[in-house]
Design a binder for this molecule. Structure first.
Ligand code: FAD
Length: 300
Protein backbone atom coordinates (compact mmCIF):
# COMPACT_ATOMS: atom_id res chain seq x y z
CA UNK A 1 0.00 0.00 0.00
CA UNK A 2 1.31 3.49 -0.91
CA UNK A 3 1.78 6.09 1.83
CA UNK A 4 -0.04 8.63 -0.32
CA UNK A 5 -1.98 9.00 -3.54
CA UNK A 6 -2.43 12.53 -4.91
CA UNK A 7 -5.27 13.03 -7.40
CA UNK A 8 -4.96 15.97 -9.83
CA UNK A 9 -1.80 17.68 -11.07
CA UNK A 10 -2.90 21.31 -11.06
CA UNK A 11 -0.90 23.78 -8.95
CA UNK A 12 -2.17 22.17 -5.71
CA UNK A 13 -1.36 18.60 -6.75
CA UNK A 14 2.05 19.48 -8.22
CA UNK A 15 2.98 21.41 -5.09
CA UNK A 16 1.87 18.42 -2.98
CA UNK A 17 3.98 16.18 -5.24
CA UNK A 18 7.09 18.32 -4.68
CA UNK A 19 6.61 18.31 -0.90
CA UNK A 20 5.82 14.58 -0.81
CA UNK A 21 8.96 13.81 -2.79
CA UNK A 22 11.12 15.86 -0.48
CA UNK A 23 9.48 14.13 2.52
CA UNK A 24 10.52 10.81 0.95
CA UNK A 25 6.99 9.42 0.91
CA UNK A 26 6.06 6.37 -1.13
CA UNK A 27 3.45 8.01 -3.38
CA UNK A 28 1.95 8.49 -6.84
CA UNK A 29 0.47 11.60 -8.46
CA UNK A 30 -2.46 10.73 -10.75
CA UNK A 31 -3.73 13.11 -13.45
CA UNK A 32 -6.34 12.51 -16.13
CA UNK A 33 -4.90 14.92 -18.73
CA UNK A 34 -1.66 14.13 -20.58
CA UNK A 35 0.96 16.50 -19.10
CA UNK A 36 -1.85 18.38 -17.31
CA UNK A 37 -1.02 21.27 -15.00
CA UNK A 38 -4.56 22.37 -14.21
CA UNK A 39 -6.74 25.28 -15.16
CA UNK A 40 -4.03 27.89 -15.01
CA UNK A 41 -2.92 26.63 -18.43
CA UNK A 42 -6.03 28.34 -19.86
CA UNK A 43 -5.05 31.74 -18.52
CA UNK A 44 -3.71 34.19 -21.06
CA UNK A 45 -1.47 36.10 -18.69
CA UNK A 46 -0.74 35.77 -14.99
CA UNK A 47 0.25 38.97 -13.21
CA UNK A 48 -0.21 37.97 -9.59
CA UNK A 49 1.97 34.93 -8.99
CA UNK A 50 5.07 36.10 -7.17
CA UNK A 51 8.25 36.05 -9.23
CA UNK A 52 6.57 35.45 -12.61
CA UNK A 53 4.97 38.77 -13.52
CA UNK A 54 3.34 38.69 -16.96
CA UNK A 55 3.95 35.00 -17.65
CA UNK A 56 1.37 33.10 -19.75
CA UNK A 57 -0.69 30.58 -17.77
CA UNK A 58 0.53 27.84 -20.10
CA UNK A 59 4.19 28.61 -19.38
CA UNK A 60 3.60 28.87 -15.63
CA UNK A 61 1.82 25.48 -15.59
CA UNK A 62 4.65 24.03 -17.66
CA UNK A 63 7.22 25.31 -15.16
CA UNK A 64 5.26 23.77 -12.26
CA UNK A 65 5.12 20.45 -14.07
CA UNK A 66 8.84 20.52 -15.00
CA UNK A 67 9.75 21.25 -11.38
CA UNK A 68 7.90 18.09 -10.28
CA UNK A 69 9.42 16.06 -13.14
CA UNK A 70 12.94 17.21 -12.28
CA UNK A 71 12.42 15.91 -8.74
CA UNK A 72 11.21 12.62 -10.30
CA UNK A 73 7.69 12.80 -8.90
CA UNK A 74 6.02 9.53 -10.05
CA UNK A 75 3.07 10.33 -12.34
CA UNK A 76 0.19 8.08 -13.35
CA UNK A 77 -2.00 9.08 -16.30
CA UNK A 78 -5.58 8.20 -15.46
CA UNK A 79 -8.91 9.54 -14.32
CA UNK A 80 -9.92 8.52 -10.80
CA UNK A 81 -13.49 7.22 -11.15
CA UNK A 82 -14.19 5.72 -7.73
CA UNK A 83 -12.80 6.29 -4.25
CA UNK A 84 -13.52 3.60 -1.65
CA UNK A 85 -12.51 3.35 2.00
CA UNK A 86 -10.64 0.09 2.78
CA UNK A 87 -9.06 -1.08 6.06
CA UNK A 88 -6.02 1.13 6.73
CA UNK A 89 -6.59 3.51 3.82
CA UNK A 90 -8.22 4.08 0.44
CA UNK A 91 -8.73 2.26 -2.84
CA UNK A 92 -8.97 4.34 -6.01
CA UNK A 93 -10.25 2.86 -9.27
CA UNK A 94 -9.13 4.57 -12.47
CA UNK A 95 -10.81 4.76 -15.88
CA UNK A 96 -8.51 2.26 -17.59
CA UNK A 97 -8.96 -0.34 -14.85
CA UNK A 98 -5.87 0.66 -12.87
CA UNK A 99 -6.40 0.26 -9.09
CA UNK A 100 -4.23 1.93 -6.46
CA UNK A 101 -4.35 1.68 -2.68
CA UNK A 102 -2.87 4.24 -0.31
CA UNK A 103 -2.92 4.99 3.41
CA UNK A 104 -3.76 8.63 2.66
CA UNK A 105 -5.26 10.59 -0.22
CA UNK A 106 -4.81 14.23 -1.17
CA UNK A 107 -7.65 15.14 -3.50
CA UNK A 108 -6.81 18.12 -5.75
CA UNK A 109 -9.46 17.69 -8.47
CA UNK A 110 -10.16 21.43 -8.80
CA UNK A 111 -13.22 22.74 -10.60
CA UNK A 112 -14.87 22.61 -14.03
CA UNK A 113 -16.52 25.34 -16.10
CA UNK A 114 -20.12 26.22 -15.30
CA UNK A 115 -22.30 26.42 -18.42
CA UNK A 116 -25.08 28.87 -19.24
CA UNK A 117 -28.63 27.59 -19.23
CA UNK A 118 -30.18 29.38 -22.24
CA UNK A 119 -32.46 28.36 -25.09
CA UNK A 120 -30.40 27.26 -28.09
CA UNK A 121 -27.42 26.25 -25.94
CA UNK A 122 -27.46 22.60 -27.08
CA UNK A 123 -27.74 23.45 -30.79
CA UNK A 124 -24.60 25.59 -30.82
CA UNK A 125 -22.49 23.79 -28.21
CA UNK A 126 -19.58 23.38 -30.60
CA UNK A 127 -20.65 25.85 -33.27
CA UNK A 128 -20.29 29.18 -31.58
CA UNK A 129 -20.55 28.68 -27.81
CA UNK A 130 -17.23 28.21 -26.02
CA UNK A 131 -15.62 28.47 -22.62
CA UNK A 132 -11.87 28.45 -23.36
CA UNK A 133 -10.75 31.65 -25.06
CA UNK A 134 -7.14 30.51 -25.46
CA UNK A 135 -8.38 27.43 -27.32
CA UNK A 136 -11.17 28.96 -29.45
CA UNK A 137 -10.72 32.74 -29.38
CA UNK A 138 -8.43 32.85 -32.46
CA UNK A 139 -11.37 31.70 -34.66
CA UNK A 140 -13.01 35.08 -34.09
CA UNK A 141 -10.49 37.37 -35.76
CA UNK A 142 -12.40 40.35 -37.22
CA UNK A 143 -15.73 38.89 -36.04
CA UNK A 144 -18.33 39.81 -33.45
CA UNK A 145 -18.36 38.03 -30.08
CA UNK A 146 -20.07 38.18 -26.70
CA UNK A 147 -18.64 37.27 -23.32
CA UNK A 148 -20.96 36.44 -20.43
CA UNK A 149 -19.74 36.86 -16.85
CA UNK A 150 -18.58 39.45 -14.35
CA UNK A 151 -15.36 38.18 -12.75
CA UNK A 152 -11.69 38.03 -13.69
CA UNK A 153 -12.16 35.25 -16.23
CA UNK A 154 -14.89 37.21 -18.08
CA UNK A 155 -12.85 40.42 -18.09
CA UNK A 156 -9.68 38.61 -19.23
CA UNK A 157 -11.64 36.83 -21.96
CA UNK A 158 -13.13 40.11 -23.22
CA UNK A 159 -9.67 41.73 -23.20
CA UNK A 160 -8.16 38.86 -25.19
CA UNK A 161 -10.98 39.03 -27.74
CA UNK A 162 -10.83 42.83 -27.99
CA UNK A 163 -7.34 42.44 -29.48
CA UNK A 164 -8.65 40.42 -32.42
CA UNK A 165 -12.41 40.73 -32.89
CA UNK A 166 -14.20 43.68 -34.51
CA UNK A 167 -16.87 43.89 -31.84
CA UNK A 168 -16.98 42.52 -28.28
CA UNK A 169 -19.98 42.60 -25.94
CA UNK A 170 -19.28 42.01 -22.24
CA UNK A 171 -22.57 40.96 -20.64
CA UNK A 172 -23.15 40.66 -16.89
CA UNK A 173 -26.43 40.14 -15.06
CA UNK A 174 -25.40 42.39 -12.15
CA UNK A 175 -24.57 46.07 -12.02
CA UNK A 176 -21.10 45.63 -10.50
CA UNK A 177 -18.27 43.58 -11.99
CA UNK A 178 -16.09 41.59 -9.55
CA UNK A 179 -12.87 41.41 -11.60
CA UNK A 180 -9.80 43.50 -12.34
CA UNK A 181 -10.91 47.15 -12.50
CA UNK A 182 -7.90 48.38 -14.49
CA UNK A 183 -8.62 45.96 -17.32
CA UNK A 184 -12.34 46.70 -17.10
CA UNK A 185 -11.62 50.44 -17.49
CA UNK A 186 -9.51 49.69 -20.57
CA UNK A 187 -12.39 47.71 -22.04
CA UNK A 188 -14.86 50.51 -21.32
CA UNK A 189 -12.56 52.95 -23.14
CA UNK A 190 -12.24 50.69 -26.21
CA UNK A 191 -14.64 51.71 -29.00
CA UNK A 192 -14.94 48.08 -30.19
CA UNK A 193 -16.18 46.93 -26.78
CA UNK A 194 -19.66 47.42 -25.36
CA UNK A 195 -20.06 46.65 -21.66
CA UNK A 196 -23.62 45.64 -20.78
CA UNK A 197 -24.30 45.41 -17.00
CA UNK A 198 -27.73 44.40 -15.62
CA UNK A 199 -28.25 42.26 -18.70
CA UNK A 200 -28.52 38.53 -19.31
CA UNK A 201 -28.71 36.35 -22.39
CA UNK A 202 -32.08 34.64 -22.91
CA UNK A 203 -31.68 32.83 -26.20
CA UNK A 204 -29.12 31.86 -28.85
CA UNK A 205 -30.35 32.00 -32.47
CA UNK A 206 -28.92 30.87 -35.81
CA UNK A 207 -29.12 28.42 -38.72
CA UNK A 208 -25.98 26.28 -39.04
CA UNK A 209 -24.11 28.12 -36.31
CA UNK A 210 -24.65 30.92 -33.80
CA UNK A 211 -25.82 34.19 -35.42
CA UNK A 212 -27.43 36.30 -32.70
CA UNK A 213 -28.40 36.56 -29.05
CA UNK A 214 -31.66 37.72 -27.51
CA UNK A 215 -30.95 39.78 -24.38
CA UNK A 216 -33.11 40.29 -21.29
CA UNK A 217 -33.82 43.93 -22.30
CA UNK A 218 -35.33 42.75 -25.61
CA UNK A 219 -32.34 43.77 -27.71
CA UNK A 220 -30.99 41.34 -30.31
CA UNK A 221 -27.24 41.48 -30.97
CA UNK A 222 -25.49 39.89 -33.95
CA UNK A 223 -22.61 37.68 -32.84
CA UNK A 224 -20.53 34.88 -34.35
CA UNK A 225 -19.40 33.53 -31.00
CA UNK A 226 -20.29 33.45 -27.33
CA UNK A 227 -17.82 32.79 -24.51
CA UNK A 228 -19.15 31.59 -21.16
CA UNK A 229 -17.23 32.84 -18.12
CA UNK A 230 -19.75 32.41 -15.33
CA UNK A 231 -17.70 30.56 -12.78
CA UNK A 232 -16.93 27.03 -11.83
CA UNK A 233 -18.34 23.91 -10.19
CA UNK A 234 -16.25 21.72 -7.87
CA UNK A 235 -15.22 18.25 -9.10
CA UNK A 236 -16.60 16.49 -6.03
CA UNK A 237 -19.24 14.04 -7.36
CA UNK A 238 -17.06 11.08 -6.34
CA UNK A 239 -16.68 12.33 -2.78
CA UNK A 240 -20.18 13.29 -1.76
CA UNK A 241 -20.79 10.03 0.13
CA UNK A 242 -17.32 10.09 1.67
CA UNK A 243 -16.55 13.59 2.95
CA UNK A 244 -18.62 16.54 4.17
CA UNK A 245 -19.25 19.12 1.42
CA UNK A 246 -20.46 22.70 1.85
CA UNK A 247 -23.72 23.99 0.35
CA UNK A 248 -21.96 24.74 -2.98
CA UNK A 249 -20.40 21.28 -3.21
CA UNK A 250 -16.84 22.19 -2.14
CA UNK A 251 -15.05 19.85 0.29
CA UNK A 252 -15.17 21.20 3.83
CA UNK A 253 -11.54 21.60 4.94
CA UNK A 254 -9.48 24.37 6.50
CA UNK A 255 -5.93 25.53 5.85
CA UNK A 256 -4.67 22.17 7.20
CA UNK A 257 -6.62 20.50 4.35
CA UNK A 258 -8.09 17.94 6.80
CA UNK A 259 -11.54 16.70 5.73
CA UNK A 260 -14.25 14.92 7.72
CA UNK A 261 -12.91 11.56 6.46
CA UNK A 262 -9.76 10.38 8.31
CA UNK A 263 -6.84 10.00 5.90
CA UNK A 264 -8.49 12.07 3.15
CA UNK A 265 -7.15 15.57 2.56
CA UNK A 266 -8.42 18.23 0.13
CA UNK A 267 -6.16 20.84 -1.45
CA UNK A 268 -6.63 23.72 -3.90
CA UNK A 269 -9.77 25.13 -5.50
CA UNK A 270 -11.80 22.06 -4.56
CA UNK A 271 -11.94 22.93 -0.85
CA UNK A 272 -13.93 25.63 0.94
CA UNK A 273 -11.92 28.84 0.87
CA UNK A 274 -12.19 32.56 0.26
CA UNK A 275 -9.74 32.96 -2.58
CA UNK A 276 -9.20 30.45 -5.37
CA UNK A 277 -5.86 31.32 -6.94
CA UNK A 278 -2.58 29.67 -7.87
CA UNK A 279 -0.87 31.02 -4.74
CA UNK A 280 -3.51 29.57 -2.41
CA UNK A 281 -3.56 26.24 -4.31
CA UNK A 282 0.23 25.92 -4.08
CA UNK A 283 0.10 26.72 -0.34
CA UNK A 284 -2.58 24.04 0.13
CA UNK A 285 -0.40 21.42 -1.55
CA UNK A 286 2.35 22.07 0.99
CA UNK A 287 -0.02 22.17 3.97
CA UNK A 288 -1.77 18.98 2.88
CA UNK A 289 1.50 17.01 2.81
CA UNK A 290 2.37 18.39 6.25
CA UNK A 291 -1.00 17.10 7.52
CA UNK A 292 -0.41 13.74 5.81
CA UNK A 293 2.95 13.41 7.61
CA UNK A 294 1.31 14.14 10.96
CA UNK A 295 -1.45 11.62 10.22
CA UNK A 296 0.98 8.85 9.20
CA UNK A 297 3.20 9.47 12.24
CA UNK A 298 0.26 8.60 14.51
CA UNK A 299 0.40 4.99 13.25
CA UNK A 300 4.16 4.54 13.56
C1 FAD B 1 -9.17 31.38 -17.34
C2 FAD B 1 -8.56 31.36 -15.96
C3 FAD B 1 -7.66 32.34 -15.59
C4 FAD B 1 -7.07 32.32 -14.31
N1 FAD B 1 -6.17 33.30 -14.00
C5 FAD B 1 -5.53 33.25 -12.79
C6 FAD B 1 -4.52 34.20 -12.46
O1 FAD B 1 -4.22 35.11 -13.26
N2 FAD B 1 -3.91 34.09 -11.26
C7 FAD B 1 -4.20 33.10 -10.36
O2 FAD B 1 -3.58 33.04 -9.30
N3 FAD B 1 -5.17 32.20 -10.64
C8 FAD B 1 -5.84 32.24 -11.82
N4 FAD B 1 -6.82 31.31 -12.12
C9 FAD B 1 -7.20 30.35 -11.07
C10 FAD B 1 -6.21 29.16 -10.99
O3 FAD B 1 -6.05 28.59 -12.26
C11 FAD B 1 -6.73 28.13 -10.00
O4 FAD B 1 -6.94 28.74 -8.74
C12 FAD B 1 -5.74 26.98 -9.84
O5 FAD B 1 -5.45 26.37 -11.07
C13 FAD B 1 -6.29 25.92 -8.87
O6 FAD B 1 -5.41 24.85 -8.82
P1 FAD B 1 -5.91 23.40 -8.37
O7 FAD B 1 -4.70 22.54 -8.44
O8 FAD B 1 -6.64 23.49 -7.10
O9 FAD B 1 -7.01 22.95 -9.43
P2 FAD B 1 -6.97 22.84 -11.02
O10 FAD B 1 -6.04 23.81 -11.62
O11 FAD B 1 -8.41 22.88 -11.43
O12 FAD B 1 -6.39 21.37 -11.30
C14 FAD B 1 -7.14 20.22 -11.05
C15 FAD B 1 -6.48 19.08 -11.80
O13 FAD B 1 -7.09 17.86 -11.41
C16 FAD B 1 -7.30 17.05 -12.54
N5 FAD B 1 -8.40 16.14 -12.21
C17 FAD B 1 -9.69 16.49 -11.91
N6 FAD B 1 -10.41 15.40 -11.63
C18 FAD B 1 -9.57 14.34 -11.75
C19 FAD B 1 -9.75 12.94 -11.61
N7 FAD B 1 -10.93 12.40 -11.27
N8 FAD B 1 -8.69 12.12 -11.83
C20 FAD B 1 -7.47 12.65 -12.19
N9 FAD B 1 -7.26 13.97 -12.36
C21 FAD B 1 -8.29 14.81 -12.14
C22 FAD B 1 -7.62 18.06 -13.64
O14 FAD B 1 -7.40 17.50 -14.94
C23 FAD B 1 -6.65 19.18 -13.30
O15 FAD B 1 -5.39 19.01 -13.93
C24 FAD B 1 -7.42 31.31 -13.37
C25 FAD B 1 -8.33 30.32 -13.73
C26 FAD B 1 -8.91 30.34 -15.03
C27 FAD B 1 -9.90 29.27 -15.39
Amino acid sequence: MLDLLIIGSGPAGLSAGVYAKRANLNFILAEKEFLGAGQIMNSIRVDNYLGFYGISGYDLGDKFRLHAEELRVPFLIGEAREILPVPGGWRVIFDKGDVQEARTLIYCGGTRTRHLDIMGQDAFGRKGIHSCVVCDGPYYKNKSVAVVGGGDTAIDTAKYLSDLANQVYLIHWMNEFQGNETTLDKLKADSRVEVLPNTSVLMALGQESLESLVLSNGRIIKVDGLFEAIGALPETEMLKEIAALDERGYIKAGEDCITSAPGLFAAGDVRTKRLRQVSTAVADGANAVYSVMEYLRRFE
